[in-house]
Write a protein that binds this ligand. Sequence first.
Ligand SMILES: [Zn+2]
Ligand SMILES: [Zn+2]
Length: 230
Amino acid sequence: MLQSNIWWLRGPDRDVVIDAGLGIVPLRQEIPQMFERDPQLIITHTHLDHVGGAYEFDDVAVHEAEANALINPGPVSLDTRTLYGILGIDVPDGEADSMLQKVPHPDYDPGRYEISRAIPQRLLRDGDVIDTLGTPLEVIGTPGHSPGSICIYHPERNWLFTGDTIYKGQLLDTITGADQDDYRHTMKRLRDLEAASIFAGHGPELSLQALKDIAIDYLARPQPGNGHGW
Ligand SMILES: [Zn+2]
Ligand SMILES: [Zn+2]
């Protein structure tokens, strides 16, 4: 569940990195090349598996609704029961006690895991354009999974980065901070988007059809309240 993607985009002068992983190992040590060209980090949202390495970047952009969560990280844990408790959902049957399958080195103590504070240099809103790559990146506000979830669209390449809003697997819309009504609005918007390649916060690249199917499936779910799909 915490195995998340870090997307590294090369520009002519500077790079953009989308999401920063869980923060189990220092990125500057493991992937020093990623820091050679003054990278701007764009955070799709502030869950632990996306912001763990954010403190290592000098230039961080996040949606304004989650700026405070970046500056003052909330409680986190790699202990399965504790983490699910923080997220406000039940632990699925058969889940291991630890969220980690491996530790980076023998002395690593998962009990001391925490998120280090990062200071956002730019606060984002729906419709903002980021020029760091020399070609525009568009910010799409996609609340639902979390209040400040965003997708990033790269018009020149026709790429869409979706964070945890859309990925292959069970979407989390009942965790603390999630909002199903917002998620439905977001899914309607994403259903109508056209992008050639979709790069999610977890799992493999998705086709446009896969993205549309996920959105359509979500919208077809019975809705508490009126009993209609949408
Ligand atoms: Zn998330
Ligand atoms: Zn995630």
